[in-house]
Design a protein around this ligand. Structure first.
Ligand code: ADP
Ligand code: MG
Length: 363
């Protein structure tokens, strides 16, 4: 069992305490240039972007630390409309320009305490049940990763209700790829964007959350091609590996949806992997609608009979093979996000269309 805590001796550093039988060993985790590393005598310890990535690496027997399960946390006591630490005074926020009209209401740019730029999702009365709107915030409260859009606060005490989150200056990935600076991105950069999304999704996989709406429209872009997964409106925690949605309760975006979901309502991390495969096609085509020229009904009929989207122009064969692996009929045969993340992160992509060299062999 292990726990990560603030270091008692050095401000800003962390300690990892590992209990094995009745013995507890403490390791220092140093943070240099925003990279995290276990501080041991051995100099060649790997560096990680965030604590979570470090822990993921050392879980199991890698590095000899033998991390198994995190020490259990007390469960959160407040949910939904109950007040909790996330509640912010409305006066701390200033609303600015409207960014978009979302599913539940308008999304604004704003500032928090006069300085920090934020995005504010507002709830338009009468459109939906307020708990459906706040479900998104409730999921976000439990997730923290550099590749997921971060929740900052909620204002739920009065109407209009707000969800306040980190501001991503380049908006949705879909618009960025189609009409923004992302239009000119070449394959190596596009693959790196895919790797970032897979990294955020690998964290969700680890946390046993399913997103249920993985698509370029729900990924946000910040400075310098930094992307983060967003829109947790349909996301939920799953106790087992799979969850079955009740008929008629959720409308799935067909062209991104795995066949077991549109046929039987079965949702799992593996159905997110299917959608991620479709998202890869959006990256390669700079935001073209998947299955061009086909209706949703055609797609559902054909997918069930084994049809898959053909390789798009300029897509290297190896990347297409990776997509096909995401679209395996049997969910268990699809890759994990952990695999997809390291695969895309380590592959060397040349700008030559058919040259994508990888360290891994696709199984
Ligand atoms: P919906 O539930 O309506 O799909 P989204 O979370 O996908 O809501 O947001 C809708 C749009 O609002 C996004 O495509 C983007 O243009 C804008 N938006 C949402 N969140 C942010 C953010 N954190 N930073 C910048 N723009 C955002
Ligand atoms: Mg959305």
């Amino acid at each position: 069992m292990f726990i990560v805590r603030d270091s008692e001796s050095k401000l800003g550093s962390f300690a990892l305490s590992v209990r094995n039988d009745n013995r507890v060993i403490h390791y220092k985790i140093t943070v240099v240039n925003h990279k995290f590393k276990i501080d041991t005598e051995c100099n060649n310890q790997r560096e990680f972007e965030c604590l979570y990535d470090l822990l993921r690496h050392y879980r199991g027997d890698a590095g000899g630390l033998n991390l198994s399960d995190p020490c259990p946390k007390e469960t959160q006591k407040t949910m939904g409309l109950d007040k909790d630490d996330w509640e912010s005074p409305r006066e701390a926020l200033t609303l600015g320009e409207k960014l978009s009209v979302g599913r539940f209401g308008e999304v604004f740019k704003g500032t928090w305490l006069g300085k920090t730029p934020v995005a504010i999702k507002t709830f338009k009365e009468g459109t939906m049940i307020v708990n459906d709107f706040l479900a998104e915030a409730n999921v976000m409260k439990k997730l923290r990763h550099p590749k997921l859009c971060q929740l900052f606060a909620v204002c739920t005490e009065m109407e209009p209700i707000y969800i306040v989150m980190e501001f991503m200056c380049n908006g949705s990935l879909l618009v960025y790829l189609r009409d923004g600076e992302g239009r000119d991105l070449k394959l190596p950069e596009l693959v790196k964007i895919g790797a970032q999304i897979a990294s955020g999704m690998a964290y969700m996989e680890f946390m046993k959350f399913v997103h249920c709406d993985v698509a370029a429209r729900n990924v946000l872009v910040g400075e310098g091609n930094i992307v983060k997964v967003s829109d947790f409106g349909l996301a939920r925690m799953i106790e087992k590996t799979e969850y079955t949605a009740k008929k008629g309760t959720v409308v799935f975006p067909v062209k991104w949806t795995a066949p077991e979901t549109f046929m039987y309502g079965r949702v799992s991390t593996k159905s997110d992997v299917w959608s991620f495969g479709v998202l890869l096609t959006e990256l390669v085509t700079h935001g073209c609608i998947p299955y061009p020229g086909m209706s949703n009904k055609d797609v559902m009929d054909k997918i069930q009979h084994g049809y898959r989207m053909p390789k798009m122009a300029d897509c290297p064969q190896t990347l297409y093979k990776l997509m096909l692996k995401c679209w395996e009929k049997d969910p268990a045969a699809r890759h994990t996000f952990q695999f997809l993340c390291s695969y895309l992160d380590h592959c060397f992509v040349s700008t030559e269309p058919d040259c994508l060299e990888v360290e891994y062999n696709l199984c």
